[in-house]
Design a protein around this ligand. Structure first.
Ligand code: MN
Length: 261
């Protein structure tokens, strides 16, 4: 447990994870911003695990150590993925079940198709899959510009959501925050996920032994950035809040496939 205050709700328990690793400034900013909300536990990956989606480590055991140092005091660090962190926190590491799982703040946007690859979203989703309300936070641009403002905006959203008591869960919100100094007072828009174009081509190089190696190319630009999407809201300078669900079933096409089955 990192902090506790009776000012808000001493009974509330919050688990915070991320995918950029336990040393990431975005995690530290989110933890600071949550001061006074309740009992906070941080369980985060040892290494940057961006882009690992919902991966669980099944081929080796996981180790947990408690971090030392001012910014990370009390953090528990896992040599695994973001989903590993939340999974083991909820299935044996923590002595109690959290009321809320937070993830981030991520170094860069998680909008549209990004959400399928994102370890930030996955850490929150792991909480959601265990029936716990969860929120993933990302800054729209990489580099931690205006990070404290983003953390204040994250806290403002949490306070707004909890103002009338915890909404019945589970639920999962994906939040993208513009890198602006007044992020906290920017309008919040409830959005749907946009779509990106297919990612850029793989980059082929040759290693020192003359063998080909490949770098995954950067994500594509927004293809569906229309009104109502996360891309559109953040382009307008707003905080984008997308409620997510996990059901990937294509309900609309089930009739068509039934005729072929
Ligand atoms: Mn990341």
């Amino acid at each position: 447990m990192i902090g506790n205050s009776a000012a808000y709700n001493a009974a509330m328990r919050i688990l915070i994870a991320n995918d950029d690793g336990y040393l990431a400034p975005g995690l530290h900013a989110l933890v600071r911003a949550c001061a006074g909300l309740g009992e906070i536990d941080v369980v985060a990956p040892e290494q940057n695990a961006s882009g690992t989606s919902n991966a669980l480590t099944l081929n080796r055991p996981l180790s947990v150590f408690e971090a030392s140092g001012e910014a990370v005091k009390g953090f528990r660090v896992v040599n695994g993925t973001p989903s590993d962190c939340v999974h083991i926190a909820l299935t044996g590491l923590l002595p109690h079940r959290p009321d809320l799982v937070l993830s981030g703040i991520n170094n860069g946007a998680n909008m549209g198709d990004d959400t399928l690859y994102s370890g930030t979203v996955a850490a929150a989703m792991e909480g959601y899959l265990f029936g716990i309300p969860a929120i993933a936070f990302s800054q729209v641009h990489k580099g931690w510009g205006e990070l404290d403002a983003a953390a204040a905006a994250a806290r403002a959203l949490i306070d707004r959501v909890l103002a009338g008591g915890m909404p019945a869960g589970p639920w999962l919100l994906n939040v993208n925050i513009p890198n602006v100094p007044d992020a906290m007072t920017r309008p919040r828009r409830i959005t749907r996920l946009g779509r990106r174009h297919a990612s850029q081509p793989v980059i082929r190089q040759t290693n020192p032994r003359g063998e080909p190696i490949y770098w995954i190319g950067p994500a594509g630009d927004a293809r569906d950035a229309g009104e109502g999407t996360d891309f559109h809201a953040t382009a307008q300078g707003c905080v984008s809040v997308t409620p997510l669900q996990v059901d990937l079933s294509d309900h609309a096409s089930m009739g068509r496939w039934s005729a072929l089955a």
